[in-house]
Every structure is written in C-alpha cells, then in structure tokens.
Design a protein around this ligand. Structure first.
Ligand SMILES: CC(C)(COP(=O)(O)OP(=O)(O)OC[C@H]1O[C@@H](n2cnc3c(N)ncnc32)[C@H](O)[C@@H]1OP(=O)(O)O)[C@@H](O)C(=O)NCCC(=O)NCCS
Length: 183
C-alpha cells in the first residue's frame, strides 16, 4: 500500500456562525461545533484512507471560550497518526471576529476514525509519510495518547467492577449526595 504524506489530506472547513446556531444564552451551541469537527475529521480521514470512515472516539473536546454569532469558525485538520485500520485526526478550532480580525483558539481535539471497506469491515489504511518535525511530533504524541487511553480504559473497567456498595456510607461521607435507600 502506497504511503501518503500528511499534507495531502489536510483539510480546513470555515463556516459563518449564523443566529440559528445560537443557544438561549446567545452563544453558539456546542453541538454545532461538534458536528463541524466530525465533518472535518471525516473529510480528512477518508481523503487519507481513500475509503469511507467512521468516528470511534473523541478526545479533548472542551468549550473553554464561547463562540459568538457572526464569528467565522475555521477547523484545521490533519492526520496525526495511523494504525492498521484506525487514524487519529487532530483538529484546531479557531473563531475569527470579522470586524476586529481577532482570532481566538477555542479548542484542539482529537478524533479516532476507522476506515471501512464496502462490506462495512475495518480495512487497512496507507502508512503516513512524515515530512517535517511537526509531523513527527504529532505522530509520537498520538502514539502516547493511544497508550494512555488504553490504560485508562482498563482502569475504568477495574473501577466499575470493584465498586463496593456496602461501604458507600464511608466512601461518600464528604460527597454532595444523600443516601436514601428505602427498605
Ligand atoms: C469502531 C469499530 C469499527 C471497531 O470494530 P471492531 O470489530 O472492534 O474492529 P477492530 O477490533 O479490528 O478495531 C478496528 C480499529 O479500531 C480501533 N478501536 C477499536 N475500539 C476503539 C476505541 N474504543 N478507541 C479507539 N480505537 C478503537 C482498534 O484499535 C483498531 O485500530 P487498528 O486497526 O489501527 O489497530 C466498530 O465498533 C464500529 O463500526 N463502530 C461504529 C462506528 C460508528 O458507526 N460511528 C459513527 C458514530 S455513531
């Protein structure tokens, strides 16, 4: 399978934030931004894979700064890492105030996508050609993130299976809850 450079699949989507995208507080709905992130992740992953791709997991989506109606939101995406059938797409989200030209970085997040064949089975993706230090850095960061996520998944499974309800009173003494089990 022919390797492909990062640059070949890099994708940017820019969209104007119109009033119908706003929530009751007048800011842009998180769901609108999530949908744009999913679109750009799909476009980037499928350009690299040359097949249809699905979203498997989403990391580091945080809405720390609100996006306003009238701002131009740009989502810049690159394939940071490829496994056998999976790809990690990094997305930088920026919002530009068109009047002042001030650009704020609202979020950087990571979407794991899996390439699918015509029978809906995971299918191999081309290796990634890393052409500069930034490409190399992102690939190594993603490898580490993948390892950390695997450990967290295992620890969460352990945590779930080892919950001791009999000890709840002691365990929850300082928490903001009231145990009110009847019978
Ligand atoms: C994701 C999916 C393809 C995994 O299927 P599977 O039969 O478990 O396939 P595999 O075990 O061969 O895993 C395929 C790849 O997914 C990766 N993967 C599986 N679960 C994962 C998870 N929770 N997080 C990150 N990667 C994951 C595997 O590491 C593997 O990557 P690799 O080939 O690069 O090593 C399958 O669960 C699926 O189709 N899910 C629905 C996705 C979808 O429809 N998304 C749209 C949103 S609803």
């Amino acid at each position: 399978m022919q390797p492909r450079p990062v640059q070949e699949s890099q994708t940017t989507i820019t969209e104007l934030m119109i009033p119908s995208y706003a929530n009751f507080g007048g800011k842009i709905h998180g769901g609108i931004l999530l949908s744009l992130m999913d679109k750009v992740a799909y476009a980037t992953a499928s350009k690299h894979a040359g097949t249809y791709c699905v979203t498997v997991s989403v990391d580091k989506v945080e809405f720390l700064q609100p996006v306003e109606v009238g701002e131009l939101v740009s989502l810049k995406a690159s394939v940071n890492y490829v496994g056998r059938t999976s790809l990690i797409v990094g997305i930088r989200v920026e919002a530009q105030n068109v009047k002042t030209s001030v650009i704020k970085h609202t979020n950087s997040c990571f979407f794991t996508m899996v390439a699918k064949d015509d029978n809906n089975k995971p299918t191999e993706v081309p290796p990634l050609i890393l052409e500069n230090n930034e490409d190399i850095k992102r690939f190594i960061e993603s490898m580490r993130m993948k390892e950390i996520k695997q450990k967290v998944r295992e620890e969460m499974d352990d945590a779930k299976s080892s919950v001791d309800v009999a000890n709840a009173k002691e365990l929850l003494r300082d928490e903001r809850c009231v145990i009110n089990v009847k019978g």
